[in-house]
Design a protein around this ligand. Sequence first.
Ligand SMILES: Cc1ncc(COP(=O)(O)O)c(C=O)c1O
Length: 375
Amino acid sequence: MRFEELPTPSYVVDEPLLEKNLKILNGVIERTGCRIILAQKAYALYATYPMIARYLNGTAASGLYEARLGYEEMGKENHVFSPAYREDEIDEIISLCDHIIFNSFSQLEKFGDKVRQAGKQAGLRINPECSTQEGHGMYDPCSPGSRFGVTLEHFRPELLEGVSGLHFHTLCEQGADALAATLDAVEEKFGEWLPQMKWINFGGGHHITKEGYDIELLEDCIKRMQDRYGLLVYLEPGEAIALNAGFLVTTVLDTLKNGMDIAIVDTSASCHMPDVLEVPYTPPLIGSGAAGEKPYTYRLGGPTCLTGDIIGDYSFDRPLKNGDRLVFGDMAIYSMVKNNTFNGMALPAIAIRDKEGNCRIQRAFDYTDFKQRLS
Ligand SMILES: Cc1ncc(COP(=O)(O)O)c(C=O)c1O
């Protein structure tokens, strides 16, 4: 099937674009000897895991289900971090994962022995209290009162026996300069205990595959930890893996006016691209301009009841009409993994485009996907 023939709404992941990102990441692995794993919270289209497995070292999970998915579908290294594990899940998690990262010393005391007895590696998340992003409290694990990671004040070195690595995750869509600043804070606060560790995990939030990212500085940061402390360095980016590698194709259902031109499309910000409202941001729309840039400006909104279900204001060369197809960019990440069926909205199909430009529908959804979760 050609792209133009896909039903709407559909997410489309473009294999060559995905592979382009994977090659960049693999270059970092090859040149430095670090390990990079996929943070499945951002992207978990597991039909593409065989390709990802050719370039990366494994998966990172946020809990039992992602851990199981990584184990079943990637089958390489499988790391997990959760702010707190449940007693009724921890055994299964340990059986599925090789690295189990704890958020507190109390969790480590509770479950650490089980991890070690199973021959798996226990890690501890630290909080270097180094905010490198402004005005982004929602995405800053170092913000005051954050529940993520042990701060120096609460660090208990006497309990570190059996802990093989430290983990931090403090960045969000950031450059290597922010990582370098974070490493300064990590070394200043926790440097004393690094020599006794086997590995350090730099978390995610590294915009490695974005144009202009300073890969050389990233590699210097990795080498710094390798050379000074003999550590194996892990990175677990999500976004960077499928950045700009996917689309969401939609159709205009109606146009109307209320002080401005409005178009209703068959996809919803609230249901199908929740980050547009949560972050918030205006996703790229192929062939369009910013509001007022081209002759015809429209507000694009979804078919739900939510007044704020607005994707954004865009301008076009021609007036929009019913049946026009619009293609949003950068829709592989934090989209499929976060969507929902609020208002009984159908979930978009998931399609994959190969290097010849052929699309195959990997999964289509229907009424049962809505109904089965409700009773
Ligand atoms: C612990 C952890 N690791 C990795 C990631 C992936 O981050 P990103 O998709 O920004 O690279 C996140 C995102 O929230 C995270 O919380």
